[in-house]
Design a binder for this molecule. Structure first.
Ligand SMILES: [Zn+2]
Ligand SMILES: [Zn+2]
Length: 264
């Protein structure tokens, strides 16, 4: 099994050492991992969250050597798409060579999506539609990624945590997102962190995942989004099982942006 969404101390919100993360991955029997540290150009705290690419690559290259034959380690990144910073994000990506890029959306117009500030004062439908619409607008012009991260992360927001999610309320926009990325060979991730934020199941919601498959989506990665060593690999076996039950046959892994499909 592969965990394709992991943070280390190259992320502003994580203290974990990369070597220890690799050891833990081996201990729990993962076949491969992909580090996906954060790149967000503006955060509500006023600081950007980017890292030194050369240092990052050097550190991971050394680990690839050290654990060769034991653990398949990839160099990834999780970019937070921000409408006003898409060119900066492209430029940052072009400074390095990444195996895998997750495109997520953490902030809109300086407001955090999943910590009340974005949703404040909006109805659930308005907040969620605005969020999905912003992602649609961005994926039309930003193409430098392999999968969309935690597509419905807005469901984590405590404001609407108890409310049911109805695909039909957002289906027109989510369909448009999928139609845009599927033809480009891009996919989505199953983000297994959702239960850690009080949700049942994973990101995205089962109805979103089913629709992705209906529209011909086949590119899928699974990631724990671990920010702590104890969460590596958590939920991955369950996610694989769920994908099989939904009729998906493969999981995708990446090297230099090139996809390889592994039977589930
Ligand atoms: Zn994220
Ligand atoms: Zn993440």
């Amino acid at each position: 099994m592969y965990d394709y969404h992991l943070h280390s101390n190259f992320s502003f919100d994580c203290q974990e050492d990369l070597n220890e993360l690799c050891q833990q991955a081996i201990r729990i029997g993962l076949t491969g991992i992909c580090f996906t540290d954060h790149c967000d150009f503006e955060t509500p705290s006023g600081k950007n969250s980017i890292f030194n690419i050369a240092e990052y690559q050097k550190t991971i290259h050394a680990l690839q050597k050290k654990y060769s034959g034991q653990l398949d380690i990839r160099i990834g990144i999780e970019v937070g798409m921000q409408k006003q910073n898409l060119q900066k994000t492209r430029d940052f990506l072009h400074q390095g060579s990444f195996d895998f890029v997750i495109a997520s959306c953490h902030y809109i117009d300086g407001k955090t999506i999943f910590k009340e500030t974005f949703c404040q004062g909006k109805s659930q439908i308005d907040a969620f539609r605005q969020y999905f619409m912003r992602i649609f607008e961005m994926v039309r012009e930003f193409t430098d990624f392999q999968v969309l991260g935690h597509l419905d992360v807005i469901r984590r927001d405590k404001t609407f945590l108890e409310q049911p999610f109805h695909y039909a309320d957002y289906g027109d926009i989510i369909d448009a997102i999928f139609r845009t990325i599927i033809v480009r060979g891009q996919g989505i991730e199953i983000n297994t962190a959702a239960p850690r934020y009080g949700l049942t199941g994973f990101h995205p919601h089962l109805d979103i995942l089913k629709r992705y498959r209906e529209l011909g989506g086949e590119v899928i990665t699974c990631g724990s989004d671990a920010h702590s060593i104890n969460n590596i690999g958590s939920g991955i076996p369950e996610a694989y099982q769920m994908l099989k039950e939904l009729g998906f046959q493969t999981i995708s892994i990446f090297q230099s942006g090139k996809e390889k499909r592994i039977p589930l």
